[in-house]
Design a protein around this ligand. Sequence first.
Ligand SMILES: C[S@@+](CC[C@H](N)C(=O)[O-])C[C@H]1O[C@@H](n2cnc3c(N)ncnc32)[C@H](O)[C@@H]1O
Length: 452
Amino acid sequence: MSKTASNSAVNASQAQISQNKMNQTGCSRGLSADSKKVDPENKSMSAINTTANIVLRRAFGSRIKPRVAWITNEVVRRGFSPGESLTAEDSAALYKSRFRFASENHLRNCRSSMKTSAKNQVTPERLMQFGFAYAPPLVIGAAVSNKVFDSLAGGAKTVAQLSKETGASVRGLRAIMNALVALELLKKDRHGNFSLTPESEAFLVSNKPSTLAGFFPMNMKRLIPLWLKLDETVRTGRPAEARNEEHPGTEFFTELVENIIPMSYGSANALGDHLKLAKTKTETRVLDLAAGSGIWGIVLAQKSPHVRVTAVDWAGMIPTTKRITQKFGVGNRFQFIEGDLREADFGSGYDIATLGHILHSEGEERSRNLLKKTFRALKSGGTIAIGEWLVNDDRTEPLPSLMFAVNMLVNTEHGDTFSFNEIKSWLEEAGFKKARTLGAPGPSPLILATKR
Ligand SMILES: C[S@@+](CC[C@H](N)C(=O)[O-])C[C@H]1O[C@@H](n2cnc3c(N)ncnc32)[C@H](O)[C@@H]1O
């Protein structure tokens, strides 16, 4: 593409449209500066370096900071092992390293930097980046499946050595490993030895307790195929497969839940600290609804031996929940209720109820009923805690929560993402008081409310 061609597309109104679109879509603090560096004519910068870095930063915030990396390594060294819990600072570091993109500051900075670039010319560069935005998760998934990160956990290697060890082709490995260098998930020295970065060491080596490695092959196998039918889903308004129903939901979530533990671990930890569970002297009963891995109950149980958890999920999920609670060493303080949230009898007298990442797949009507049912199950003074991907009242940001709404369109009959004020109004309708947010690691703050 010539500079003349891209220049010819420029006028003030287009620049304004571009700015508005960028504000709506979200951007990273580094984008404006990086964008200026990106020149389709500049052969000295590889396309993958400019495109992939910007795409990745747009999706996940800026690169892992040295301090964050250091803390993250500490987090990983200590692991999510039974009896050991992360401090609020650890959790915050874990959060920042993965979920920085949703912060208010970030969005503010994004806007101010875009004002500057709106004065500049519009180019097709951003759309070109979107054109290949599918590549990073696929490259990561292929690397996980071909044991690239696991193998490099044993030390730096060349492509040839890795090919010999894993059986994968030299041609394939060379392509994805170089791309992973540009994605800042691998380092390469001048002798062609590849090694892990703090981020890939923390989150992409499969035997680490904090690993997200399994998510990427699962994403390729289970999530992306439905996204490929998005045009048809938009036309009909219906998903190709409704994962909010017991079948195929059970099969889908059995593969998913362990892979998303890092998303909720820090939030659950912040909740336990906020409720001062470590100081409790009397039995504290937790109702973990849509328990999945059981991570919310697990973390709360790790805070105190007085915590007892009742986990509710579909019958086919409970063996997975049981296995993971045992792995974390708290299985003997769990009991289980098998059944759909709409039909199961939750019992009563709970001090705390957690709803981790369930309202979005249930959709509005079922969520409102679930909140009413949860209210009845709590004792007076009990707390409900909701982990969600929140959107603002206008549904214009943040980008990850709006993308997650599309994910719900693709995967469920009525799922969506909601604002704090929407959920607050449902909580009040159910009888809860004092609906509030609690800053916590995760895609969005937690929502808490009290039964009075
Ligand atoms: C996204 S996972 C969240 C798991 C866990 N709470 C967390 O935050 O990591 C949703 C869980 O809800 C369960 N689930 C979804 N719809 C359900 C329903 N209608 N009844 C019972 N369980 C359901 C799924 O089996 C899955 O374990």
